[in-house]
Design a protein. Structure first.
Lengths: 232, 312
């Protein structure tokens, strides 16, 4: 799930204050907490109230889109409204904002959310927790399924650091677990401390460098390889 | 790994088998470094301190760099520096550049550290770097020293630099957390460490267990001690420094001494409290462990070195 947090209502208003008619688009995709039709409606009401305090009359309509990050779904859902409205406020993550700007290119789409991370929700816990940072070089196979990139404030490949006390991390005032102590516990349980003591060399940051373009369909052929070999 | 030559005086002294002492200097937000130089001079005068660590933005604060004061302490005072460098603020390109630059300035010891997180410091909005971790940093410095190359194997014009590498360890890691700490230190030693300087210890029994555990790595260990110049520092240390707890008796004595009105008498009392606590501590460590010496982090408390170390 993509975890988002709503921007300050004043900041959202500031972005759209020059428009008289706006479309507010929720997203039914993976955005958490839910940012669907109801949330879009509430945002519309709040912006309307804010506009009224400034003596303005703001017209708005709330809709929701199955997945804003899918260009075909986003384009077909948004098409009937583009001519009628001056701007869009999207409640999706950053992917949705960029996509709506692309498929509805005549008007600008503004973000109502800050995209925080890819995260999960565990039953009974009042947190969305970042389990993966989509770093492009997955180490989970040698860390007992605990991620030292998303889970460690210093992204250490060879932890823990000196900032851990009784298994807790210096960042956040020793209230959150040190990922490397969690890794040690898991690997010890499976008698794989060899993976703990193993030295992991400096990471290749290229897979995580922006802007990222990842090939979807790689050719089902070995002809390219043969050509490369021939060149050598 | 084959033993690296002793390039620094610190390493040479360690290899003689003498029980040695290092001190600590802390440049803060300073354009005027005279107080750091003064501290180094006082340290040098005692004749007991082989080298002084120069800190690199402790607690994540934006402080004057550690390279320039390290250089000045060596040049102006003639006291060898243990140049502390964290991976918090520099990527591998900047680390490489700085290490080679430091070597050109004649720095012979580098203490490789992760560094307190930016979120703890006085510029909390800063982007933390941590491109390398401290173990990978040891690999980088090892390559510069042993092979005369950067991480990618690209050669340095003029060849290899001459420097000895230190790393940190935490004697306050108690079971069950002692095991990952010891394993981690082993990983660092394997990457090319010449000496270890530990975080501060206050519990003699825990310190002895820790030193015993480190023996298997066959690397020189300087146990960290932190003489307490006043009650305020002791209280802060006890409350805010990760994993460190100052013994209650020691805290109590310092608190009582704090109430003395005559400054001279108060200082004498505080010095005596420190001597009474740390002198037997050091003697015990020297007698019963294989520690190479003590890293005495008496920042701005150089006056203690003379009386505390008179018998060593």
């Amino acid at each position: 799930m993509i975890i988002t947090e709503q921007k300050d209502i004043n900041d959202i208003y500031e972005m759209i204050k020059d428009y008289n008619k706006i479309l507010i688009a929720g997203c039914d995709g993976c955005c958490q907490p839910p940012r669907s039709i109801n949330e879009a409606k509430v945002l519309g009401q709040l912006l309307e109230l804010k506009a009224k305090t400034e003596g303005r009359d703001l017209k708005w309509r709330a809709i929701t889109i199955l997945r804003q990050c899918d260009d075909r779904i986003a384009a077909t859902t948004i098409r009937p409204f583009v001519e009628e409205y001056e701007a869009i406020v999207s409640l999706a993550c950053g992917l949705g904002i960029v996509m709506l700007n692309k498929v509805a290119e005549k008007i600008i789409t503004y973000p109502a959310q800050n995209s925080m991370c890819g995260g999960v929700q565990n039953a009974g816990e009042n947190y969305f927790i970042q389990y993966c940072e989509t770093c492009g070089s997955c180490l989970l196979g040698e860390t007992g399924g605990v991620c030292p990139i998303a889970g460690c404030a210093k992204h250490l490949n060879n932890g823990p650091c000196g900032g851990t006390v009784e298994g807790m991390c210096e960042v956040g005032g020793y209230t959150r677990p040190c990922a490397w102590i969690e890794i040690w516990k898991r690997l010890k349980k499976f008698d794989r401390l060899d993976l703990f003591t193993k030295y992991r060399p400096p990471r290749d940051y290229r897979p995580a460098t922006s802007p990222a373009y990842h090939l979807i369909n790689k050719p089902y052929t070995n002809e390219e390889e043969a050509k490369e070999e021939a060149k050598k | 790994m084959a033993k690296r030559p002793a390039f620094s005086n610190l390493m040479k002294e360690i290899r003689t088998g003498k029980f040695i002492f290092t001190g600590e200097l802390e440049p803060t937000k300073m354009y005027d470094l005279s107080s750091v130089i003064h501290s180094a001079e006082e340290m040098k005068k005692t004749g007991k301190i082989v080298a002084a660590n120069v800190t690199d933005g402790p607690q994540g604060d934006a402080y004057t760099c550690s390279m320039v004061p390290s250089y000045l302490v060596q040049e102006k005072v003639g006291l060898e520096a243990v140049w502390q460098m964290t991976v918090r603020d520099r990527n591998r390109i900047a680390l490489f550049g700085d290490v080679v630059g430091g070597a050109i300035l004649g720095l012979k010891n580098i203490l490789t550290l992760t560094g307190d997180h930016t979120a703890l410091g006085d510029n909390k909005n800063a982007r933390p770097v941590y491109d390398l971790d401290s173990t990978q940093f040891i690999e980088l410095v090892s390559k510069i020293i042993d092979e005369g190359t950067d991480l990618e194997g690209k050669e340095i014009e003029g060849g290899k630099i001459e420097m000895n590498i230190g790393c940190a360890a935490n004697p306050n890691a108690l079971p069950p957390y002692l095991e990952p700490e010891i394993l981690k230190v082993g990983r660092k030693v394997e990457a090319g460490v010449d000496f270890i300087q530990t975080q501060t210890a206050f519990d003699i029994d825990e310190a002895k267990v820790f030193l015993k555990e480190l023996e298997k790595y066959n690397v020189a260990v300087l146990l960290g001690l932190f003489p307490l110049k006043n009650y305020g520092i002791a209280w802060y240390f006890d409350k805010y420094i990760p994993g460190v707890s100052v013994p209650k008796d020691l805290l109590g004595e310092l608190k009582t001494a704090k109430k003395m009105e005559d400054k001279k008498a108060r200082n004498a009392k505080i010095d005596q409290i420190n001597i009474d606590f740390f002198e037997p501590f050091i003697k015990e460590i020297k007698k019963t462990t294989k520690a190479a010496g003590i890293h005495c982090m008496a920042v701005h408390y150089e006056r203690l070195f003379g009386p505390l170390l008179k018998d060593f």
